[in-house]
Design a protein around this ligand. Sequence first.
Ligand SMILES: Cc1cc2nc3c(=O)[nH]c(=O)nc-3n(C[C@H](O)[C@H](O)[C@H](O)COP(=O)(O)OP(=O)(O)OC[C@H]3O[C@@H](n4cnc5c(N)ncnc54)[C@H](O)[C@@H]3O)c2cc1C
Length: 315
Amino acid sequence: MDTNSPLVILGGGPAGSAAAITARLAGRPVELIERAKFPRHKVCGEFLSPEVRPLLEQFGVSFPEAAQIRRVALHLRRAEKRFSLPEPALGISRYTMDCRLLLRAEAMGARVVASSENTPDIVATGRRAAQAKGTRLFGFKAHFAGPANDAVELYFFGGGYVGVNPVEGGFTNVCGLLPESVLAPLGFEVDVALAGFEPLRERLRPMARQFDWLNVGPLVFGPQQGVANGRRAGDALQFVDPFTGSGMLAAIETGVLAAGASNADYLRQVQRILSKPYYMASIMRSALSSSWVETLLPLVPGELLYYVTRPKKIR
Ligand SMILES: Cc1cc2nc3c(=O)[nH]c(=O)nc-3n(C[C@H](O)[C@H](O)[C@H](O)COP(=O)(O)OP(=O)(O)OC[C@H]3O[C@@H](n4cnc5c(N)ncnc54)[C@H](O)[C@@H]3O)c2cc1C
C-alpha cells in the first residue's frame, strides 16, 4: 500500500470518519467525501456500545454529555427480561456524534469535500435498500422530553421492535422498525402503531415528542454488496439488525481496520470480528418471531444474549 498517496474515503458517517482518523494517526493524507451537511439527525437508536471506548480514546474524541445506559429491559407480549450491562453504554445523538467524529478527522488534517472525481479506496456510504413490497421493514426515530432513566428498553411486537433509551440533554430516543404490513394500514402513522402495544403506550404516555418522526427504509439485514470489490466498511459492508445496538461499534471497528489493512487482510479481520455476532443476531431475530420465545426468554441469561451479539474487539 502506498502510504503517501491520499486515502480516498466515500462517506463520513462513523465508519468513514473512523477510517479517516485512523489514517491520519498513521500520517497518511486523507480525502473524505461526505455529501450531507453536518450536523444532521439520523434514524438510529443512538445506543453506543461500551466496547467503543478505547477506540474513541485513541481518536481523541469524547462525549462527556452522553447519557449513561446501565440496564437493559426486554418487553415481549407475555414475557420480560431485565439485566445490567457489563459496563455503561453511551446514549449520544447522531446529531452530536457524527459531527464530532467528522470534525475530529478534519482537525487532524483530513480534507473533507462534498464530492470528488477520485476513486474511493474505502466505501463507507451506509446501508443500501432493496426488498420486495409488502415484506419491507421501515425504521423511524424521534426524541422525546419527559421522564428519562438509565435503561435501554426494547419492546418487541408486530414483527418489529421499538427501543427507548436516554441521550444527551435529558432527552429520550424512541426508535424502531416495523413491517410495512403493520404500518401501511395505519397510514404509516408511527404514534398510532406504538400506541397499539400497551407496555409501550404506558411508557410513552408522560412523554412529549420533540420533532416529527424521521423515517428510513426499506431496511435489509446482512451482507450489503458482498465484500469482493475492495474495502467496504460499516453498513456498506454488512447491516446488522439494529436491536443488537452494535451497528455503530461495527462501523467504527471496520473503519479502523479498513484504513490500516490490505484488501486480503481486511476481509480476514472483518470475518474474525463480525461473522459470529452477526450470525447470532440473525438467529435471535428468527427466534423473536416464534411463539416459544416467550417461554424460553426468562430462562436465558440476559448477559449471554448481549454478549453473543457483540462484535469482537479489534487487536
Ligand atoms: C432503525 C435503526 C436503529 C439503529 N439503532 C442503532 C443503535 O441504537 N446502535 C447502533 O450501534 N447502531 C444502530 N443502528 C445502526 C447504525 O445506524 C449503523 O450501523 C451506522 O449508522 C453505520 O455507520 P456507517 O458509517 O456505516 O453508515 P452511515 O451512518 O449511514 O453513514 C454513511 C454516510 O455516507 C454518506 N454518503 C452516502 N453516500 C454518499 C455518496 N455517494 N457520497 C458522499 N457521501 C455519501 C451519508 O451521507 C452518510 O453520512 C440503527 C439503524 C437503524 C436503521
